[in-house]
Structure formats: C-alpha cells, structure tokens
Ligand binder design. Structure first.
Ligand SMILES: [Zn+2]
Length: 218
C-alpha cells in the first residue's frame, strides 16, 4: 500500500508511516499527517461514475455540470394524512363557529391549527420537491439544498479540499448513527458535512463525484 502526501504528492515510504499510531510523515514537506486520512481518500479512486444510481441525475445549469439528487420521502405521505386531519378539524371549528354565531372565540382556537398546517405544508413541499445539487464551476463546488432557487447554498474551493470521505456524524436513524459525506478543507476552514439522510448508494456516488472533480484538477 502506498500513500501520498496531500501537499506535494510525494509517495510516503512504509518506514515513514505507522498504522497503529495513525501517523505519516512527509520528508519533503517536513510535516506529519494522520495516516487514516491519507488512506481513506483511495476508497473512491476506482469508483465507476458512469452509472448514477436511482434518484440521481445529471443536468447542465448555466453551462455548469450539475448532479441532482431528488427523492420523494415516504414521510411526505404520512404528513399529508396529518395535514388532512388538521384541515378537517379546522373546517369543523369554522362551521361550528358559524352555527353558534360565536366566530371570534373559535378563531382563537384555530390559530395553532392554522400555524401547524402551514408548517406541515412547507415540510410536505420540501419532502416532495426538495433537491440536493452539486454544481461544479471552474474552481468552485457549490452544494445546494432546497426547492427551485429557494434554499441554502454552501460553497468551497476545489483547491482547498483535503479529502472526501463517508464518516459517522451526529445524525441517527432508528438509534443508529449514519454516515455523512465529509469534505475536509484546508486552511482552517470548517469541514463540510452533509447528506446523512440520503440513500446509501447516492451518498457514495456524491462523495465519489466530488473526490473525482477534486483529483482531476489537482
Ligand atoms: Zn509532502
């Protein structure tokens, strides 16, 4: 197994790394690294990007290659059922308010129902239409999460990416931790973590794709 220095790409010979102590030393740069962080990179080296899994598709956005992940969550249908129940209750109160000519007081009861209905509607829209995108520009990668153009964009310089990996984060599903896509960045920038709730295959594909872009331009 050969490992490379992330700074200068020089091969680090076996006598200069220690797996059990998790350190590797580059003589050229006179710098020490975590051995595991140098090896983990290779997990995507031979990844086949020609066949995107279900729920992932390619797109070109303003001439930038864009990878889109969109999956309708089953939770959306569950929430829709909930929303229907809420609307039922709301209508019941409105009509009973009319019947008793006591509309004012029933309006007050309705406010929390209307509020939760609104929140539910937004959540349902998001679960049905929400997308996750990776937009790659010349030297920048943008990560987008949202609906249409409404949402959150994170971006980082390709040159700053130290490594891409799948690692356990804080998110748990059924009490079990799930992996995030981790993008480790240079120069004291905070690491980017995302995608914990994506399909396992899609997570891998996203990570492998980012890894591929970053290595192509290095
Ligand atoms: Zn080096």
């Amino acid at each position: 197994m050969t490992i490379k220095c992330p700074n200068c790409e020089t091969n680090i010979p076996p006598e200069d790394f220690n797996v059990s102590k998790d350190i590797a030393f580059c003589r050229t740069c006179d710098e020490t690294f975590e051995y595991s962080s140098l090896v983990a990179d290779s997990e995507f080296d031979n990844f086949d990007l020609s066949n995107p899994p279900n729920n992932i598709r390619w797109h070109t956005e303003e001439s930038n290659p864009t990878l889109i992940y969109q999956k309708v969550s089953k939770v959306a249908y569950f929430l829709m059922l909930f929303l229907l129940m809420e609307l039922g209750v709301t209508l019941f109160f409105i009509f009973s308010g009319f019947a008793e000519k006591n509309f004012g007081s029933s309006l007050i009861i309705l406010i929390p129902f209307l509020l939760t209905s609104m929140i539910l509607s937004i959540a349902i829209c998001f679960l049905l239409l929400g997308k996750r995108k990776i937009i790659s520009e010349d030297d920048t990668i943008k990560l987008f999460l949202g609906i249409g153009s409404l949402g959150r964009t994170q971006q980082f310089q390709i040159a700053d990416v130290k490594r891409v990996a799948l690692e356990y984060g804080n998110v748990k599903v059924n009490e079990r931790p799930v992996k995030d896509i981790l993008i480790e960045l240079n120069s004291n920038q905070q690491d980017v973590r995302f995608g914990a709730l994506m399909d396992e295959q899609c997570k891998e594909y996203f990570a492998a794709y980012i890894h591929a872009i970053c290595n192509k331009t290095k």
